[in-house]
Ligand binder design. Structure first.
Ligand code: ZN
Length: 391
């Protein structure tokens, strides 16, 4: 079965210089053919090849599916009370993670799986066709392994985050916990994980612990990503760059050396403005990073404590309003940028041969994702060529 989408007013391909708009590679009056789940053809709407089925985009914009490269979906419970307290003036410290750890450990597999399925479906409806999913609320050998086993049912982009916080039973012996993460926990996680990650932050893991965990993961064949410089300045960004991390995530508190190190590397800076929104914290400065030549991605950080949103359009709107990005930069960062952060060259782009992951907007341009914040503009999503929303 082939599928033709024609009458596309504005097609964002992210194939640089293939059309207008620089990196966005915009084609106007375009059509796209899907065969066997992949993009088979892209070109002008008149004349377009024949196909078994047709979707008339009616002049709307079409863009690659969002690639959300940072999400924590395997958890139980919520922390609405903590959010209310923060909005009344309490400060975010990351300590609430332990609340979710207790709830997650107490939950059965079916409960955790149902939460991941619900959030995955929620993200898909909002145009996210690829989502990275981390463990990190189990923090025991068995609970981290089952978190990743469940995550792997929903995505190939799974990340072992045993080093999220030190669990209460190891509070007096953090070195022992790091030894557990680097040894038995890593071995149990390996069959289900593609990446390893550490929350490198005051109150979580310092530079020595972060290096130990990331190099152990690397030696076992996992790719490296790091939570770095979210709550304050720290060593995480430069350590990530040194270890060849695909991405360093948050990047809210950077000094000039951090920015220089990122600019001279192929490590992506992934910005998570949902976290600053939800913790009422200062936003990262995307403009500074982009002007220095750093590759920037946007992701949701979807988690029950510090950023309980699965909406990439919301993050795009925040990035444009609060991080100093143009709409074009934000849309690129949420699609091709996310793909770079996962070292995937077949995602976040529309060209023959890649998976047919795309969104049709209820709008004439990608610009509306930031221009009309909070409005459900995703009218249809194709994932591997399969329409996800009822027409
Ligand atoms: Zn995170």
């Amino acid at each position: 079965m082939s599928l033709l989408i024609d009458n596309i007013g504005e097609l964002v391909t992210n194939v640089a210089d293939s059309g207008e708009g620089g990196p966005l590679g915009i084609l106007r009056g375009a059509a796209l053919v899907v065969e066997e789940g992949r993009v088979a053809w892209i070109g002008p709407a008149r004349p377009a090849p024949a196909a078994d089925r047709r979707i008339d985009a009616d002049g709307a914009a079409v863009l690659p599916g969002f690639v959300d490269s940072h999400a924590h979906l395997v958890f139980a419970g919520d922390r609405a009370g903590e959010f209310v307290a923060r909005m009344a003036g309490a400060r975010y410290t990351g300590g609430g993670i332990r609340t979710t750890v207790a709830a997650t450990r107490a939950a059965d597999d079916a409960t955790l799986r149902a939460t991941v399925a619900r959030l995955r479906a929620e993200a898909l409806r909002q145009g996210t066709t690829t989502i990275e999913i981390k463990s990190g609320y189990g923090l025991s050998v068995a609970d981290e392994a089952r978190s990743l086993r469940i995550a792997a049912e929903f995505t190939t982009e799974t990340t072992f985050l045993g080093a999220h916080v030190v669990p209460p039973e190891y509070a007096e012996r953090p070195d022992d916990y790091v030894g557990l993460v680097c040894g038995p926990m890593l071995r149990a996680a390996l069959p289900y994980a593609r990446w390893i990650d550490v929350f490198c932050e005051r109150g979580a893991f310092d530079a020595d612990h972060t290096r130990a965990v990331l190099t152990a993961g690397q030696a076992a064949g996992l790719g490296v990503r790091v939570h770095a410089n979210q709550l304050g300045p720290g060593p995480g960004v430069r350590l990530g760059v040194e270890l060849g991390a695909a991405s360093v995530d948050h990047c809210t508190h950077l000094d000039d050396r951090d920015v220089e190190a990122l600019a001279a590397s192929d490590t992506v800076a992934t910005l998570l403005p949902g976290a600053e929104f939800s913790t009422r914290s200062p936003y990262p400065d995307a403009r500074r990073l982009l002007d220095a030549g750093v590759t920037v991605a946007l992701a949701t950080d979807c988690n029950p404590g510090s950023s309980y949103t699965s909406s990439m359009p919301f993050c795009i709107a925040l990035a444009v309003r609060e991080l100093g990005m143009t709409p074009a930069e934000a849309v690129w960062a949420a699609t091709a940028g996310g793909a770079r952060a996962l070292r995937r060259d077949d995602l976040g782009v529309l060209r023959p041969g890649v998976p047919a992951d795309l969104s049709i907007l209820a709008a004439p341009s990608y610009v509306h994702l930031a221009y009309r914040p909070g409005v459900p503009l995703i009218s249809q999503v194709l994932h591997n060529g399969v329409p996800q929303c009822r027409p």
